[in-house]
Ligand binder design. Sequence first.
Ligand code: 1CP
Length: 354
Amino acid sequence: SANLRPTGQQPTATYESAFLKACRREPVPHTPVWFMRQAGRSLPEYLKVREGIPMLESCMMPELVAEITMQPVRRHHVDAAIYFSDIVVPLKAIGIDLDIKPGVGPVVEQPIRSRADLARLRDLTPEDVWYVTEAIGLLTAELGSTPLIGFAGAPFTLASYLVEGGPSKNHEHTKALMYGDPQLWADLLDRLAEITSVFLKVQIEAGASAVQLFDSWVGALAPADYRRSVMPASSKVFKAVEEYGVPRIHFGVGTGELLGLMGEAGADVVGVDWRVPLDEAARRVGPGKALQGNIDPAVLFSTPEAVEAKAREVLDAAADLEGHVFNLGHGVPPTTDPDSLTRLVEYVHTQTAR
Ligand code: 1CP
């Protein structure tokens, strides 16, 4: 069957897209490209439609979400769209009192640090995030053969916002809980795994062709702590969506020492930041998985020649990979010149055309 999903019909052209082929480690017509945080503040058309609308409110407006998700596809001709939302949206949807503050990020009014606090994390239902189903319905109609990537925050990274109360450099409260009360920590991550699993299922059932689990801040942990205190919850999420047969991407920043374990957790594609060359990352991850990445986002502020040289370096390191999805090593910085991204997509496509 052209469609591995048990429900609905996915157009064969989507299944046969370069992005999904690379995720499945099949031969591709060209190396597919998309960018983490490709929608957003680097695009003037984004700033225009978001004017006067708070971030979390915008995530609950299906037509606006569809428009913002389409913007980088139209402008840059990337090989995949990523659903416009934020990792804290499912937490907001179950009634956690949080906001996304401009220039700061997610801020949680009452952090979760005790057994009693845990009771505030109720189950997520598809009805809680009706706007996601509606927006993805609009998107699959408009995207044609371009696949849509759904995403969620991984249990550790979500926990870091909930426990710290907002963005944090050293994740001190989070680690204090993890080391100091392992049972409460395990229960917290398990709760978050349940919520995240439902959130990803909703996106896949609505039409997402792949999912990415963002464990952005898990690079703060040593491998032994990752294996003991994080991997069970992340594995649970990957297992929960396994039956759909859509590629599962797993990404974090500063995770060079964790790449093998992050693959082992249940990913089909492992995202790599800019610190580890892809040939070395492939050795750490082992066979049977595709890789995604990994040009340093900061090079986008340099000259077009420097961007091309760096892109060439990434493609050379990826030459022997089983499957490669070209991406940045982390998100598009807000002040990036969008033309540098358009040129980069064009460069990778022409350099790798087969
Ligand atoms: O390409 C796209 O469509 C972007 C959609 C998107 C994604 C994938 C947004 C919109 N947020 C995210 C995921 C996300 N959110 C992650 C994982 C990805 C990553 O590592 O970058 C994380 C850690 C967050 C949390 C978050 N939300 C931050 C980081 C704060 C910190 O701890 O340093 C910030 C600044 C936000 C707000 C946010 N999310 C998205 C946008 C466009 C914004 C900016 C707010 C605005 O425009 O008002």
